[in-house]
Design a protein around this ligand. Sequence first.
Ligand code: URA
Length: 483
Amino acid sequence: MSTHQSLERIVTLPTDDDPQAWRREVRTLLRECVHPDHVVWRVGGESDLFADLGEPPPQAEPAKVSLPKSAVKLVETAIHHADRDRFALLYRFLWRSQNVRDLAFNMADPDNVAVRRLEKAIRRDAHKMHAFVRFRKVDEVDGRERYAAWFEPDHHIIEREAPFFMRRFANMDWAIVTPRKTAIYENGKVRFAPGGQREDVPADDAFEDAWCAYYAHIFNPARIMTDAMRAEMPKKYWKNLPEARLIPQLLEQAPARVAKMNAAAQSAPERLQLETQHGTTAWNDVDEIRRAVHQCTACDLHCHATQAVTGEGPLDAHLFLIGEQPGDHEDLGGRPFIGPAGQLLDQHLAQVGIDRSACYVTNAVKHFKFQFRGKRRVHQAPKITEIDACAPFLHGEHHLVRPKVTVSLGATALRGLLGKTMPLSRVRGETLQLPAAMGGGVLVPTFHPSYLLRLKDEGQRAVEARKFTADLAKAAELAKGEA
Ligand code: URA
């Protein structure tokens, strides 16, 4: 709502955190060419010294407004800052950007510097919110679990950040309570209610113990930088974080744990280096490989996946099956080939008389690579660097099992095993001898079951499915030693 006077324009916003209202007002002011020096910003309820102002000036023809994207982008974030002076600063910044088109890139301009400071503070607050919101189970309604979390942001970010939590926690109902506003997500929709208090959220739940156990497990005693930890996890968040109470004890135990790790024959990174340098894969046992996989940070995939998924099956298996990477189901379940592609694979294995539980089943890449499409996590093919970063684990598993027959499912599996790219179309249907350094045995390269799932044409799918079955049948016979 704007009040007019010959020069001064008083703009009263309904609340301090209503970006839409601010945007509406800004649009009007810019169209009416109101100079920033003539605008006084107020928030509803504040006493208004200029309440009794004269008639609004006659409306001029509205001007066409054109703003550079760079400026709008900065302002869209900075408007969520809690600083009351931001309304004037951001309006002035947009006003000036109409003529100074590269204002957002001028690091010597005091307005730009001030706007960027606000924008950075919001990004930091959002990062903290993503990292430190901890849900506690409240109850269960009609079989759907409901969770709540308490969080104290520095700025007005809850509406801005709600979509992040909607994507991340799409399958449960939740509320994030903050002192100013509460975001409530129910049945796929979010709404906002007045803020609350810490006491509105239960103090702990059974999930908390599991979370603490997980945190203690992933806490790396060899990588302790207390200053960085303090900067990353400021004290104000500690009271909400169940894991914070573990930290003193974990820090105390760290030197002893590091000594023990050093005493172990070779550390996982040393082993990886060894393989790269000498092509050897001398892991002591499969647990050692699994531990190393779970600690691996050799590429970025570990940052986004729920967990690493290692291979499973008897270590004396004759058949060794290699897939591409865990999918959505495998990432959540922690086991390879348990989703749709896994079910199709099981059907084909059963058709040719292969008992899956007698096979060692693993993937070339141990973390799920995906991108969000709406709420869905959609598979993305791994890059060669990611396949190669994971290869020492695959080679380690292969070396320990020393199977008679290895079946690579798809191009990624082939690359992971051989360390070089070989067109699948050239080798599918062949049987390749593996070198002794790789544990020997033969390789049956075939395509990935998800290729069959993707084929739309029924006729083509039937033809390809027959080839797939034939490849598996050949592998079964070779494993029995009858080929
Ligand atoms: N696709 C794979 O390649 N591996 C799995 O584990 C699941 C789907």
